[in-house]
Design a protein around this ligand. Structure first.
Ligand code: ZN
Ligand code: ZN
Length: 344
């Protein structure tokens, strides 16, 4: 959502870019949901017309979920506290009414939860805290985006990276992410290494993957604060060509004692519903988890990974926890998406 004021810098920029460029209706070269992305228990990151950078009608995802055997979905529209960021114009109380009514309409076919993706910035932490005290969400993602002042915006990023070390380059982003992880405000931390999207082609994602020490304090803070780590599949279809975060980061979270792993497609368009979700579940399974983390209002729940995925991962011969090797398999499977994504 960042950059929602600026088109292509949008956090989930395919939607932003599409909107600002008046994409031709129905025409897209983007890879979409694959046949394998079905019969899964949960997609916990979805945007509708209640986000400024999506125009998906509310009933579309439940209908797709029924058609594809996705048992449960969370509607997690953007919520920002920077007044410069565009909004859908629908206030939270109205959003809640609309999504709870949606859930009632579909209750006999699919479980629909009311969530939010809140943009975290340290300077708005008090406002976020106050908001969460007054609003009753089922599930809340906290994410750091690329806002109006960010050095990663396309018009600034080349100048910003010049002459700086990798640590210096990522510091403005990861400093905020670390604060988000420490805040304890959220059920899960969205797309942890999302900054890599904006650094292509100046810094390849492989350079970030080779420097896991840069995110070590963030992972420790997640474990200490009891905050989940999201595997966000949108990276598979974007310039980075790999999930957010990289599998080595997911493995390190596990090694540090992280238990709360969450998964979402981060769809902003109907054809991205559940896209890459099976790969995300496979990553979870290969990391040694047998369930994904979620919350349905009052208390956290563990959502069991389908046996077929656990068996497929076990049958691959990779030892549990060997996420890095599994990443190679995933990247191979996502090769088409990677190449197409790099054109986006
Ligand atoms: Zn986001
Ligand atoms: Zn999102």
């Amino acid at each position: 959502m960042s950059g929602r004021s600026g088109g292509s810098t949008g956090a989930e920029g395919t939607a932003d870019a599409g909107r600002s460029a008046a994409r031709p209706s129905g025409a897209t070269t983007e890879p979409a949901t694959e046949p394998a992305d079905r019969d899964l228990p949960l997609d916990s990151h979805l945007h509708t017309r209640l986000s400024h950078d999506s125009d998906v009608p509310l009933d579309v995802y439940p209908a797709l979920a029924v058609a594809r055997g996705i048992a449960e979905i969370a509607i997690t529209d953007h919520l920002d506290f920077d007044p410069r960021v565009p909004t859908s114009g629908v206030p939270p109380t109205e959003r809640e009414r609309l999504v709870r009514e949606l859930a009632e309409r579909w209750a006999d076919r699919v479980a629909v939860r009311y969530g939010a993706e809140i943009t975290y910035e340290r300077r708005f932490e008090a406002e976020i805290h106050d908001h969460l005290r007054r609003h009753r969400y089922d599930f809340v993602i906290g994410s750091v985006h690329v806002g109006a002042d960010s050095p990663y915006r396309p018009e600034r990023v080349a100048t910003f990276v010049a002459g700086r070390s990798l640590r210096e380059i990522v510091a403005p982003y990861y400093d905020e992410v670390l604060a988000a992880a420490r805040s304890g405000l959220f059920d899960t931390l969205g797309h942890l290494d999302f900054v890599k999207r904006y650094l292509v082609p100046h810094v390849p994602p492989s350079a970030l993957a080779a420097a896991p020490e840069l995110v070590e304090p963030i992972l420790r803070a997640l474990v200490e604060s009891g905050t989940g780590l999201e595997i966000n599949a949108s990276g598979l279809r974007q310039a980075a060509g790999e999930p957010y975060p990289h599998p080595t980061i997911i493995a390190r979270y596990r090694a540090l004692g992280g238990e709360r792993i969450t998964v979402g497609s981060d769809a902003h368009r109907a054809h991205h519903f559940a896209a890459g979700l099976r790969s995300a579940y496979a990553l979870v399974a290969s990391g040694g988890w047998r369930s994904v983390h979620f919350r349905r209002g009052p208390s956290p729940v563990a959502v069991t990974i389908p046996p077929a995925i656990l068996e497929a991962v076990a049958g691959s011969g990779a030892p549990a926890g060997s996420l890095a090797s599994t990443a190679t398999d995933l990247a191979t499977g996502a090769g088409g998406r990677r190449r197409a994504g790099s054109l986006a």
